[in-house]
Design a protein around this ligand. Structure first.
Ligand code: E4P
Length: 217
């Protein structure tokens, strides 16, 4: 399983990039709004930090296929690594079909069922983003949906890649990897949590103590 970072916060993207563990970035309108900066300005900056797929979502106010297609074309022009993120609606599917046929990469987002993922894949989506955490939030098993999507895509040899999204903790990450998601998009905090284990911390302290006792500082 590969990792993307799920943020529009440039400092976090730089920190994750320096670790060598991420190969892409996902953003959404809420994450862009949180930074309070112009969409195109932030996205352009991100393209200079990470050399991999960068998802930029169509504006939350774009509801028709035509609006999403026009906006998607502008997003695609920013950089060859751009992926146009499109919400899972009937209009979104139409836009996915048109943009995919033009060779523009798409990421169909706000996926909460296996059927939605299957439709998005058939419309030509490069990626689908099932939201694990938000399903868990409403007492539905997010990981079950991801497992089902993996099985269905395998059954029919679909090339669309699954980006496990709304990943909130390290257990989610392990579950997604076991389920066979191609990618997990995670906030920087989750990457940091994944590096930690109390026995690692304890081991480092012991190594330092033992070393210093014999060799000094
Ligand atoms: C995915 O592409 C979304 O940007 C994101 O993962 C949503 O996460 P949240 O449910 O924690 O907001």
């Amino acid at each position: 399983m590969k990792f993307f970072i799920d943020t529009a916060k440039v400092e976090d993207i730089k920190k994750a990039e320096s670790l060598g563990v991420i190969c892409g970035v996902t953003t959404n309108p809420s994450l862009i709004a949180k930074e309070g900066r112009d969409f195109f300005e932030v996205i352009k900056e991100i393209t200079t930090i990470v050399d991999g797929p960068i998802s930029g979502e169509v504006k939350a106010t774009s509801e028709t296929a035509e609006e999403m297609i026009n906006e998607g074309r502008e997003i695609a022009k920013i950089h060859p690594n751009m992926v146009v993120k499109i919400p899972m609606t009937l209009e979104g599917l139409k836009a996915t079909k048109v943009l995919s046929k033009e060779g523009i990469k798409t990421n169909v987002t706000l996926i909460f069922s296996a059927n939605q993922a299957l439709l998005a894949a058939r419309a030509g989506a490069t990626y689908v983003s099932p939201f694990l955490g938000r399903l868990d939030d409403i007492s539905e098993s997010g990981i079950d949906i991801i497992r089902n999507i993996v099985t269905i895509f395998d059954n029919y040899k679909l090339e669309t890649e699954i980006i496990a999204a709304s990943v909130r903790n390290p257990i989610h990450v392990t579950q997604c990897a076991l389920a066979g998601a191609h990618i997990a998009t995670v906030p920087y905090g989750v990457i940091e949590q994944m590096t930690k284990h109390p026995l690692t911390t304890e081991g480092i302290i012991k190594f330092q103590k033992d070393y210093k006792e014999v060799f000094g500082e």
